[in-house]
Design a binder for this molecule. Structure first.
Ligand code: G3I
Length: 354
């Protein structure tokens, strides 16, 4: 009991220390985004690509100067990690982990099971359930095991539902192992790293609707069965002018299940040609998303999907749209960063007692 009390005191001290660092007399936190996020106990993250991380000092400076967490945008996906069956390439994941740990940044692992970016041997293979189960457990064992205790959270299953609607996506895993592939993957990851927070990560759920309802039903079932699901990732790939008003209420449905939530892939794409007025309005959208997370006890973080507009996936995937991140292609901050800072500059909500 004594140790628990001491541990509790230590936690209070750490939070108080963070508050003391960034909380002046008027109680309004000060400092850059990392210090402000720490005051709220929030992870403020960004998705990083290996090549610019290793070769571009300006890119690295944006990460270390503005964020407390990183997600590997592509290098921890199956096609990069296990391009040949049994042949692993750890160069990219190790580079991200080494950078994060050298800079004191947390890491979100992305992603274990997805329908995209699978290597040919897996995507085109023909496996019976026992063999695919073995392949899945070997991959999760190798990847989660290599970074055991060093990755804060894993997107264990990414986008399990169809793009538009409430049906489970008939991906490779579903087709061979059935719907319970999701529970199996969560158990497999939990057995390898019992400390990691395990997420289902999805898009198109942020404003509620049929997909959010279906994910809620799945999450409720998994929680009721005691499956180690700890969080729901709200990707947050938004179109300028269409950021949902009810992000917080949708999040609260899941935190009411006892789950944590996070915005895991935030970007707000703007149609070209982009105007100053639109960038100012985009700042308000970034602010509202961060405020929504701050308004929901159990929302643990916001991750932006891309360090700057020059390294954003948006122009390739959504021709005619651009300017989706808080930094321009020359690593200069945009009004969207001010929006994040404004949201984080509010007085922190006192930790709930007990
Ligand atoms: O690695 C190859 C490289 O060898 C080759 O020369 C090049 C030729 O174009 O392609 C490279 O692969 C690209 C890969 O990113 C790594 O850069 C793929 O073509 C490209 O399609 C892939 O795009 C990624 C996309 O997922 C794939 O679906 C984006 O960068 C990445 O931001 C995006 O991220 C996903 C999340 O993981 C899940 N949520 C949705 C989000 C957007 O789709």
């Amino acid at each position: 009991m004594a140790l628990a009390v001491l541990a509790g005191c230590a936690v209070v001290f750490v939070v108080a220390a963070a508050l003391a660092v960034a909380l002046p007399e008027d109680g309004e936190p000060e400092g850059g985004p990392p210090a402000l996020a720490a005051v709220h106990g929030l992870d403020l993250g960004v998705a990083v690509a290996v090549e610019p991380l290793l070769r571009d000092g300006g890119y690295r400076d944006v990460v270390t100067g503005n964020y407390t967490s990183v997600t590997a945008e592509n290098t921890m996906k199956w096609d990069a990690v296990q391009p040949e069956r049994g042949g692993f390439d750890w160069s990219g994941p190790d580079a991200v982990m080494d950078f994060a740990e050298a800079e004191g940044l947390d890491v979100r692992g992305h992603t274990l099971l997805w329908h995209n970016q699978l290597p040919a041997w897996l995507e085109r293979g023909s496996f019976d359930p026992p063999e695919l189960r073995r392949i899945m457990r070997e991959h999760i064992g190798a990847l989660v095991g290599r970074y055991q205790g060093r990755v804060e959270a894993w997107d264990v299953v990414n986008e399990p539902f169809v793009d538009e609607g409430a049906a489970l996506r008939e991906n490779l895993w579903y087709g061979v192992l059935g719907e319970d592939y999701i529970a199996e993957a969560l158990w497999a990851a939990h057995e390898v790293d019992p400390e990691a927070r395990l997420y289902i990560n999805e898009f198109g759920i942020e404003g509620g609707g049929a997909k959010a309802d279906a994910l809620y039903a799945l999450a409720e079932d998994l929680v009721d069965r005691g499956v180690p699901l700890h969080g729901i990732g709200f990707q947050g790939h938004f179109v300028h002018g269409q950021v949902p008003e009810d992000l917080a209420s949708t999040m609260r449905r899941f935190t009411d299940l006892g789950l944590e939530v996070a915005v895991t892939e935030l970007d707000v794409r703007v149609p070209e040609p982009v105007t100053e007025a639109e960038l100012d309005a985009q700042a308000g959208e970034y602010r509202r998303v961060v405020e929504s997370c701050l308004d929901v006890p159990g929302c643990v973080g916001v991750t932006v999907w891309g360090v700057d507009d020059g390294h954003s996936w948006i122009p390739e995937w959504f021709p005619g749209y651009t300017s989706a991140t808080p930094f321009d292609e020359d690593h200069r901050p945009k009004p969207a960063l001010e929006g994040i800072v404004e949201a984080l500059s509010r007085r922190p909500t006192p930790p709930s007692s007990g």
